[in-house]
Design a protein around this ligand. Structure first.
Ligand SMILES: C[S@@+](CC[C@H](N)C(=O)[O-])C[C@H]1O[C@@H](n2cnc3c(N)ncnc32)[C@H](O)[C@@H]1O
Length: 218
């Protein structure tokens, strides 16, 4: 079957977007808040760093990042969903260094060697491969040499051999693009674009992964 972007669920809209954070907490039976806190901690952010967040969502992640980068750092959050943008603005209104931009991440971006870290969380799997490659290219270009690209998303595993609840989530709740993403080798995908020095943190019995890769220092 040829996969098209039409089957994607990554553009979150309406009530799902409006109550996104609450829904995530409920669907995961209260696990999500501690998980995302741990994953953002694993990014190893430092005071003063500049971050680009692709498909930023509600601002929950930006607020957690701010605890590490402080007042001198910056999160530039790209998001196209109207409800997500509204929540992001409301949640982050007190912080001038959490900056929201209404910009598509699957089209060429205007940033060049500006960021210490590019972050993408539960977004990349929802695109067809051609667009994933475009997004990775955008990340590579936006990073300073030595900067890191951090993908928080499904790990690569054999869905047929995964526990029943994982198979159900991937095949009945997610779109087919998620399984397509899981089957591909994400390290190889990044390596093809020039990234190296991989580091990973695993969650949820290895089914979710924070994969970090570096842009070489020339
Ligand atoms: C599953 S949500 C994840 C949100 C957030 N990264 C998080 O971890 O909570 C996917 C997000 O990507 C945004 N999105 C989808 N396609 C996009 C695009 N082409 N450009 C920018 N944002 C996009 C959606 O609106 C939504 O907020």
């Amino acid at each position: 079957m040829e996969l098209t972007q039409d089957i994607s669920k990554v553009e979150v809209k309406g009530l799902e977007a409006k109550y996104y954070d609450i829904l995530m907490n409920i669907i995961t039976v209260g696990w999500y808040p501690s998980f995302i806190k741990k994953a953002i901690g694993d990014l190893e952010l430092k005071e003063g760093e500049r971050l680009l967040d692709l498909g930023a969502g509600t601002g929950r992640n930006a607020l957690l990042m701010r605890e590490y980068i402080g007042r001198s750092g910056e999160v530039r959050a790209l998001e196209i969903g109207a409800e997500m943008q509204e929540t992001f603005r409301r949640k982050t209104s007190g912080y001038s260094n959490l900056i929201l931009e209404n910009r598509r991440i699957d089209e060429p971006l205007p940033y060049h060697e500006e960021f210490d870290c590019v972050f993408i969380s539960f977004v990349l799997h929802g695109f067809i491969q051609e667009k994933r490659d475009r997004i990775i290219e955008n990340a590579f270009r936006a990073l300073k040499p030595g900067g890191r690209f951090a993908i928080l998303d499904y790990a690569n595993f054999d869905v047929d051999r995964a526990p029943r609840w994982v198979r159900f989530a991937i095949r009945k709740v997610e779109c087919p693009l998620a399984e397509d993403f899981i089957r591909r080798d994400t390290r190889e995908m990044l390596g093809n674009h020039g990234f190296n020095s991989f580091k990973e943190s695993l969650y949820l019995k290895g089914h979710i992964r924070l994969l970090m890769a570096a842009k070489p220092l020339d």
